[in-house]
Design a protein around this ligand. Sequence first.
Ligand code: DQA
Length: 144
Amino acid sequence: MKILFLNGPNLNLLGQREPEVYGRTTLADIEAKVRERATKLGADVSFRQSNLEGELVAWIQQAKGEFDAVVLNAAAYSHTSIALRDAIAAVGVPTIEIHLSNVHAREEFRHKSLIAPVCRGQITGFGTNSYVLAVEAAINVNAK
Ligand code: DQA
């Protein structure tokens, strides 16, 4: 089981960025937690971050045949990017949308996710645990 974790814009600043919203945990700390959980469950993880929409699109395209599932925190692009949505739909690798914060409890512009309809499901609002929970969701993404 190979899982690709993709992180969008500004998530490289976790730990110092709006800690009252996103906490003090860095992206490297989150990656370590994800790897620990994945190792326990026997999954192999790749973990990447980009501030560039096109780079995220390219990684989603390349996931086909390489990864069994994608876990995507598209950050602000979740609410704006038709390109990411189209890439997920085109490639067909099962994709799980995640967020640290509960986007539905925040500003109205965060309530709409353009990628949600082409994702298998959404994990939002559990802080760093959204990532850890996503490992299990990815492993079971084809379970009914
Ligand atoms: C986020 C929520 C988005 O609305 C925001 O733009 C982010 C982070 C989250 O993980 O809570 O950058 O995806």
